[in-house]
Design a protein around this ligand. Structure first.
Ligand code: NAD
Length: 260
């Protein structure tokens, strides 16, 4: 169903984003991957997508802190691959600290990457989607778009912001064949989660093992991490024609976390 479409996935050099790019490519979707990291490792992932799935894969080095680079990333998809049919706003970072100690620069960076970048990308992609009367925008939010946790003020604020942006964009595009949804994962085992364990341990006065068991998986009734493949499969469904009536929604994939 999606064969021949074009997806732009931000923050797809690692974790959930890379799984999205690979899952779309498996459906025959040409992809633009994006994100930070070692150039050789990124090139390896890019060429693996092309050779494994027989699609075109381009890399955009756009920094999600820069509105003009984000617009260029969308333009790259449109000029080199013909369109930006599916936009996945996924890049995100985390910082864990009490509000009174939270660095101001870090607050600004998290709001920029986790929230404003999605707005800039939508702003660039929506005109083409409207003209083609088809589009899918999928924002990686989080369970933290729906509930809070202490010591994650910037992240929780940005993700609640993404929920509002998702609903607003869904209303503005509803009559153009465009859907806009957010995926709200619980804890998924990726570098983002792994990296926050030492700081969480420090903030809560726990060992790293205690953080995994008593903080991370404590929130998740299934007591299991969500996998990147499960999150990616949900995105593929949201992009499909069977999901054309799903818009403005928050899709929880969190092992029951926000049900509590
Ligand atoms: P990750 O650290 O593995 O991946 C983050 C990606 O964002 C990387 O590709 C990185 O290069 C990119 N990125 C970071 N800063 C960037 C910048 N300035 N410009 C361009 N790219 C940038 O993390 P992940 O866990 O895969 O997270 C992906 C998304 O999923 C994030 O939005 C995160 O908030 C969300 N999420 C993750 C979890 C989880 O448990 N892992 C849960 C809920 C939501």
């Amino acid at each position: 169903m999606l064969k021949g479409k074009v997806a732009v996935v931000t923050g797809s050099t690692s974790g959930i984003g890379l799984a999205y790019a690979r899952a779309f490519a498996k459906e025959g979707v040409n992809v633009v991957i994006n994100g930070l990291g070692d150039a050789a490792a990124i090139e390896k992932e890019r060429s693996a997508i092309e050779s494994e799935f027989g699609v075109k894969a381009l890399y955009s080095p756009a920094n999600m802190l820069k509105a003009d680079e984000i617009a260029d990333m969308v333009k790259l998809a449109e000029t080199e691959l013909g369109a930006c049919d599916i936009l996945v706003n996924n890049a995100g970072i985390q910082h864990v600290a009490p509000i009174e100690e939270f660095p101001i620069d870090t607050w600004n960076t998290i709001i920029a990457i986790n929230l404003s970048a999605a707005f800039f990308a939508m702003r660039a992609a929506i005109p083409g989607m409207k003209a083609r009367k088809w589009g899918r925008i999928i924002n990686t939010a989080s369970a933290h778009a729906l509930v809070a946790s202490p010591f994650k003020s910037a992240y929780v604020s940005a993700k609640h912001g993404i929920a509002g942006l998702t609903k607003t964009a869904a209303l503005e595009t509803a009559t153009f064949g465009i859907t806009v949804n957010a995926i709200c994962p619980g804890y998924v085992w990726t570098p983002l989660v792994e990296k926050q364990i030492p700081d969480t341990a420090k903030a809560r006065g726990m060992t790293e093992e205690e953080v995994k068991k008593n903080v991370l998986l404590a929130a998740q009734p299934t007591k299991e991490f969500v996998t990147v493949e499960e999150v990616a499969a949900l995105a593929v469904f949201l992009a499909s024609d069977n999901a054309r009536s799903i818009t403005g929604s928050m899709q929880q994939i969190d092992g029951g976390w926000v049900a509590e």
